[in-house]
Design a protein around this ligand. Structure first.
Ligand code: ADP
Length: 468
């Protein structure tokens, strides 16, 4: 069998993968996006500062405002008047800026030229100063009231400090990733145990069940699916146990029922050989026992074969339409001879003659089996009552006896194969399969059937030949 990866390993892998994906995403964000994001927001803020400076130009305290902004936002500021003279100057980057650094003159001059040539010119530029090795943002614009140019404003801010912050964050990210991985693996372990342990336990129980231990307990777990699995397996176990005990009963009953007539056959055959062989009267009596026992054996074997044929579906009902009343009268008249000799009375109460559609031979068997049982189990008065009732849904046939009745808990079992009450006597003819055959035939026809019984008063077995 192909060795599949276990639930535990699969979950662990899934969690590790998840942690790795999260970490990679975080790294990507920090390394690739954060720098860009930081630069963009720094530039945006510098531009905002520039706009506020332009608006504040000419107001009282403008110089103080410039100094404040310069320190708080770490921006170098340079203002030139129209004659290129310095009107304001603030360096917060220790000469590392483009405005005040070593080659500031050129830069400043070039930008000034640009602004002067361009009527509405604004300079926004991200410049990498190779000499200093610094990434900076320069902003330049004109200052003045209305259209009149009164000076030029230049701002310069460093974009670099993010590098250091990123390094710290990278280290933090590494710790977070490791922590995430550990937490992920721990959760995976916990989760997989939580999921797998009950399954492993149930699998072990199922193995025990497979080896025939029907007392195995299937315990659920802490979640619904595994509880359901445990319940289903417990149900399967009960069914298996039932089948198993039925099979044992079957073997015990069949072997018992076979052994008794066989022993008698042997005993009587020996008796004829050794004792009664020359005495015609005794011999005939003994031969009659042998014939009766052989009939009993044949009946048992036939019932077993018929039932197995009915149950495996190899016989189908041969549907015919016939008058059920006539048929019932015919069946009961056949009982008259034997039953009355033994003092039994079968009372038949027919309804209006009516036609039904079903397999006549099989339905006759059902009726006979029920009457046989009623004769076998009826009370001292030896009465059996058979009724035909024409109901809207079909023809209901009832067979009632006046016997001891059947206990509530046994009623469910009597239609099972080889179920026999403990008071079953050998004098009571029967193979223990009569009702199973009744059930199989009625089920095949899809007819309703049942029994109602009152202890001490007797039982009524009934079925309904439904209208076709
Ligand atoms: P058998 O009668 O050969 O034992 P059945 O399958 O016909 O086998 O019946 C199964 C069991 O049902 C019987 O052993 C008996 O305990 C019970 N039973 C059947 N019919 C009746 C009845 N009319 N009254 C009481 N018990 C009955």
């Amino acid at each position: 069998m192909e060795q599949r990866i276990s639930l535990r390993a699969r979950l662990c892998l899934a969690f590790i993968l998840f942690t790795v994906i999260v970490s990679v995403l975080m790294w990507l964000f920090e390394v690739v996006l954060l720098e860009g994001f930081y630069y963009a927001s720094k530039i945006r803020e510098t531009e905002k500062t520039a706009i506020s400076l332009i608006a504040a130009y000419g107001t009282e305290g403008f110089d103080d405002y410039l100094t404040n902004v310069s320190f708080s936002d770490q921006i170098c500021i340079e203002i030139l008047d129209t004659r290129n003279r310095v009107a304001y100057e603030r360096d917060v980057m220790n000469q590392k800026c483009l405005l005040h650094g070593p080659h500031n003159y050129n830069t400043l001059y070039n930008m000034l030229m640009e602004l002067q040539e361009d009527s509405d010119g604004i300079i926004r530029r991200n410049v990498f100063d190779e000499q200093i090795g610094l990434n900076t943002f320069v902003f330049g614009c004109k200052l003045g009231k209305g259209d009149k140019v009164e000076g030029y404003l230049f701002l310069n801010t460093a974009l670099e400090p993010v590098g250091a912050a990123i390094n710290i964050m990278k280290r933090m990210l590494m710790y977070i990733s490791i922590l995430l991985l550990i937490i992920g693996v721990l959760i995976a372990f916990y989760l997989s145990n939580w999921l797998a342990v009950p399954i492993v336990r149930i699998t072990k129980s199922a193995h025990r069940l497979a080896h025939g231990d029907f007392n195995t307990k299937f315990e659920g777990g802490s979640y619904r699916e595994v509880d359901e699995l445990a319940r289903t397996l417990t149900y399967a176990e009960q069914q298996l146990s039932r089948v198993d005990s039925m099979q044992r009963d079957l073997i015990a009953n069949v072997s018992h029922d076979l052994r008794t007539p066989l022993t008698m056959l042997k005993a009587y055959a020996e008796m004829i050989r050794d004792i009664s062989g020359d005495n015609p009267v005794k011999r005939n009596a003994h031969l009659q026992v042998i014939i009766d026992e052989t009939d009993r054996l044949a009946m048992l074997v036939n019932d077993i074969l018929d039932l197995s044929k009915l149950e495996n579906g190899s016989v189908r009902p041969d549907m015919q339409t016939f008058d059920i009343t006539v048929r019932m009268e015919d069946i009961i008249s056949r009982y008259k001879g034997i039953s009355e000799k033994m003092g039994y009375h079968i009372h038949f109460t027919p309804d209006e003659p009516i036609e039904v559609t079903c397999d006549p031979a099989q339905i006759e068997r059902v009726i006979c089996n029920l009457i046989n049982n009623a004769i076998n189990y009826t009370g001292e008065d030896k009465n059996v009552y058979v009724r035909q009732v024409n109901a809207p849904e079909g023809v209901r046939i009832e067979v009632r006896d006046t016997g001891k009745g059947i206990e509530e808990d046994k009623i469910a079992k009597i239609f099972d194969k080889y179920y026999r009450s403990e008071n079953h006597k050998r004098e009571v003819v029967g193979t223990g399969l009569g009702l199973s055959i009744v059930k199989a035939i009625l089920k095949m026809h899809e007819f309703h059937y049942g029994v109602s019984s009152t202890l001490g008063e007797g039982s009524v077995f009934w079925f309904v030949i439904k209208n076709s």
